[in-house]
Write a protein that binds this ligand. Structure first.
Ligand code: SF4
Ligand code: SF4
Length: 410
């Protein structure tokens, strides 16, 4: 997979040397196809044209928000008219498009389920365009990212590995776990099916999950982002909120800049969004968006001053409550997922795993390492570091039984 024309998140930025990043904000009052088409082309042209971000004649993975197959009026998935306009534009550039996503909400990542979600979200007709294929491959591979702060290995769906560019077409929504979702959180859909709860269970706090999302975005490096904020969602998103008209499309090479502008439209302070505050602390963007060059229509007319945040949001700087649903997901993931176990007979007591463990979950007791399971965040750095093969990855008995059960369910 070839990275985007420009690296969209600077890897080693500090607040003082952040590069200027463009975000185009264009009015688009509704989903009438010719208006969406015109707005998209205007947005892309404002940030320098498609050729600046996507090489002609390449293979492009277009990643929607296909959380679950719900009709466009629910404002859960990226609208099919926006998807169609993006796919046509990329096709005209001589590129082959694969539309791919792994739905969330506990939906098993099988071909049958995928086809059903495409149909229900209104995406099936997009495959009538000869330049667009709907992905049916439900395999995945590990994407390594050794510079990751909290996560250095991600299970990622197969089409990513056969694409030259990723173009993310997200949906602007409030979110009960991350306060809002737009471009940055959208990439979590590259993690296949039931691997998602495992990641949720490994990264339970807002800060850990936020840093994991930033690591994932740095590892994947999308080339371009389009956000469907024509009909956004307020309240208890990403599924159970209420559609809220904002009437704009956003286009940018930077997911962090695009989400910062979305926050402004939703009257949300970016520092209350855990992954944006992590990105600010890591020096990848600023709290006030001073590096953003906003182009197109003036944002003031589109700001929803009474935008409803989710009920899990405690208020500015007071954090987000973990909902009972996510507690259940965490529990399931903890039971189901593999864990590191020390094979005492192989352990030499060298202490390399103790030095690398970010959660300080390993101690030397006697002459061998011991892991405190409750403190382990399952980054698997110890497994990677142990050159004596003394750290095995295993499921608990309950996890093995659950794993067998899910296998039969397939
Ligand atoms: S790195 Fe391996 S051999 Fe060394 S203490 Fe840890 S488990 Fe034992
Ligand atoms: S024990 Fe191993 S897997 Fe668990 S947090 Fe420490 S390094 Fe990561």
């Amino acid at each position: 997979m070839t990275p985007g024309a420009d690296q969209t998140i600077p890897s080693h930025g500090t607040e003082n040397v952040l590069p200027i990043v463009p975000v185009a904000l264009v009015s688009c009052p509704d989903y009438e196809p010719s208006r969406v088409n015109d707005a998209l082309r205007r947005g892309v042209s404002l940030i320098g044209g498609l050729e600046r971000w996507v090489s002609p004649g390449t293979r492009v993975l277009v990643k929607p928000n296909l959380l679950q197959g719900l009709g466009p009026e629910k404002a859960v998935c990226t609208h099919p008219v926006v998807m169609g306009a993006v796919i046509r534009l990329i096709n005209e550039h001589g590129c082959k498009v694969t539309l791919a996503d792994s739905p969330g909400g506990g939906i098993r990542y099988t071909e049958k389920n995928l086809m059903k979600q495409y149909r229900e979200a209104g995406y099936s007709q997009l495959a009538e365009d000869p330049g667009c294929t709907l992905n049916r491959d439900t395999g995945f591979q590990l994407l390594k990212y050794k510079e990751g702060k909290v996560c250095r290995e991600f299970p990622v769906i197969n089409p990513f590995f056969s694409s030259d560019h990723i173009v993310v077409v997200s949906k602007a929504k409030a979110h009960i776990l991350t306060l809002m979702t737009g471009a940055t959180k959208n990439l979590f859909g590259l993690i296949p099916g039931l691997e998602k709860p495992l990641i949720h269970s490994r990264f339970q706090t807002g800060e850990n999950f936020g840093n994991m999302l930033i690591d994932l975005n740095l590892a994947v490096r999308p080339s371009l982002h389009v956000a469907d904020a024509i009909l956004a969602m307020e309240g208890d998103g990403p599924t159970s909120g209420t559609p809220r008209h904002l009437g704009v499309l956003l286009v940018s090479p930077s997911q962090l800049a695009l989400d910062t502008i979305l926050c402004r439209l939703m009257s949300i302070d970016p520092l209350d969004v855990p992954y944006l505050s992590c990105a600010v602390r890591r020096g990848l963007c600023s709290a006030d968006g001073k590096e953003i060059m906003l182009l197109g229509d003036p944002p003031e007319a589109f700001i929803a001053r009474d935008f409803r945040t989710p009920r899990t949001f405690r208020g500015s700087r007071r954090g987000i409550k973990v909902s009972p649903l996510f507690r259940a997901v965490h529990r399931l993931g903890r039971i189901y997922g593999v864990r590191p176990h020390v094979e005492i007979s192989r352990c030499t007591g060298c202490g390399k795993c103790i030095a690398i463990c970010p959660a300080r979950a390993i101690k030397l007791i006697g002459d061998h390492a011991v892991i405190t399971t409750g403190e382990c965040i399952r980054c698997f750095c110890c497994h990677e570091m142990c050159s004596d093969g003394a750290i095995a990855l295993k499921r608990s008995l309950a996890g093995s039984i659950l794993h067998m059960g899910l296998g039969w369910y397939e």
